[in-house]
Design a binder for this molecule. Structure first.
Ligand SMILES: Nc1ncnc2c1ncn2[C@@H]1O[C@H](COP(=O)(O)OP(=O)(O)OP(=O)(O)O)[C@@H](O)[C@H]1O
Ligand SMILES: [Mg+2]
Length: 234
């Protein structure tokens, strides 16, 4: 597990309480994601894609097995350690963008830095850079309602990479976009990968899989295949 591996899951299991019983959301998932690659998680609804992303982000706790993320043993980390790791190093892109409507795009993008105590001027500079990386220069002062869905998703991605966080987790980043805009967002994520960011996304859209270096297929919480796209990501 060197520095070149971003995520290592070994026998990871996760259950959720359901009344008096528990539902297994993930069972015995083992995989290894090289740093600087783009991985697509796919599989039917309820197969465990979001759960796996939440575990990697430290938003949920692993019940069994071990999970190493950016060199941190997250299965053994305290909630405070997980929160710190997330704030410093991990960006999460939600399907519904979750931008704050009352803040401009640049105010949204610099929020994670301000939350970790970065001074306003430095946070603004970093936010400007992150927005430029996803093609949003010139739209800094717009409010979310004043830009397109694709631009909102770009802003959510900028917020996820601001301050050079190196792992971006995106839960169905193209799920609420038309196919052309979805393809643009996949291109942005592919470009981040080319710049060295590790990207893990979930998707129902087969067209997105061609952008991935690895495709992990989940079924009923089990990893049923994990294939490397040899040589030619689109
Ligand atoms: N917070 C929760 N409480 C109870 N059960 C949950 C919770 N989150 C997920 N589950 C269950 O865990 C299983 C996996 O859900 P998950 O959301 O990871 O699937 P998914 O592959 O992301 O599905 P979708 O494609 O619909 O987003 C499902 O059976 C789901 O009902
Ligand atoms: Mg999901």
């Amino acid at each position: 597990m060197g520095k070149n591996v971003a995520v290592v899951a070994a026998g990871v299991g996760k259950k959720f309480p359901m009344g008096k019983q528990t539902v297994p959301a993930l069972r015995d998932v083992s995989l290894s994601l090289p740093a600087g690659t783009l991985t697509a998680l796919t599989g039917p609804s309820g197969s465990g894609k979001s759960t796996l992303l939440h575990l990697i982000a430290g938003l949920e706790r692993v019940d069994s097995g071990t999970l190493e993320v950016l060199g941190n043993q997250v299965h053994a980390s305290t909630p405070a350690e997980l929160a710190a790791l997330r704030l410093r190093e991990i960006g999460f892109v939600h399907q519904d963008f979750s931008l704050l409507a009352d803040l401009t795009l640049i105010e949204n993008v610099r929020l994670p830095l301000e939350a970790t105590g970065t001074a306003r001027a430095a946070a603004t500079t970093a936010a400007r850079e992150a927005m430029a990386r996803v093609g949003l220069e010139g739209l800094e002062q717009r409010f979310p309602a004043e830009v397109s869905g694709g631009q909102q998703q770009r802003a959510a991605i900028a917020r996820a990479i601001v301050g050079n966080r190196t792992l971006v987790l995106a839960d169905e980043p193209t799920g609420s976009l038309d196919s052309k805009t979805g393809a643009e967002i996949m291109a942005v994520l592919g470009q981040l990968r080319d710049e060295g960011v590790t990207v893990v996304l979930s998707t129902h859209n087969p067209a997105n899989l061609s952008h991935a270096d690895q495709v992990a297929v989940l079924h009923d919480g089990t990893l049923v295949s994990f294939d490397t796209n040899e040589g030619g990501e689109a």
